[in-house]
Write a protein that binds this ligand. Sequence first.
Ligand code: PDD
Length: 283
Amino acid sequence: MSIVHLNGRNLPAEEACVPVLDRGFIFGDGVYEVIPVFGGRPFRLDEHLRRLENSLAEVRIPNPHTREEWAALIQSLIEANGGGDQSLYLQVTRGPAARDHALPENPAPTVFAMSNPLRPPAPEIIEHGIEAITLDDIRWSRCHIKAISLLPNILLRQTALDAGAAEAILIRDGYATEGAASNLFVVLDGELLTPPKGPRLLPGITRDVILELAAANGIPHREADIRREDLARASEIWVTSSTKEILPVTRLDDAPVGDGRPGPVFRKMYALYQANKAALRTP
Ligand code: PDD
């Protein structure tokens, strides 16, 4: 039975209850984080907590915990769920209040966290890659906030699944922004590119790790706008996230990407990422 955290207490998932008037339930009024845990240790915890603080500030939900309290809460939940590898989900909503669009005067945020299994991508996926399709980015204009209201992302992802693809690559005003639940990288003319941070995309923690690894290992890279047409010219396309790690996209919109197989820059980065992960497991 999995153990969850709710408002200061660890308890079995089945026993955790939230009031029906919680603004997370009524309005989708809340923010979240997904933190990968390797060998019982949260990966890039400070970066995830900084992004959470930023999301909370952007939507004007008072942060219910200090960084130290967040870290202790997370560690306690990891241990309550047996350590090892996990995907830690954290959510803060504005809490229960009479339904009114206006913000409640004295909000009592609801803090919820749970542990989900974290499995590395299957070897077949690393060997062959995934298929993706491009779709118009129908989301709002503040995608840098990790908001729990994910209806557009859900519909985009499902449209991709219905088309037999694993992820949607989103296009806004002619530019590729990110995936429905991932960031985007392309290799174009020998250079690794990813769109710059800003309100059109979530500042992914995995994205930052990849840029750091590229810098430390002499892989030519740059943050740059990626036009829709660039995708067709790219020799490699990847999508990245805390739970998917790095996935090579080998077919886009029913056409092969490059030679239709995961490329050499992916293979190098994948190995670097795995080594980075393994280092976290070694005390
Ligand atoms: N999503 N962009 C979007 C829209 C995302 O939802 C995610 C991750 C990312 C990658 O961010 P990171 O590298 O920090 O995981 C980019 C999480 C995993 C989710 O919603 O489950």
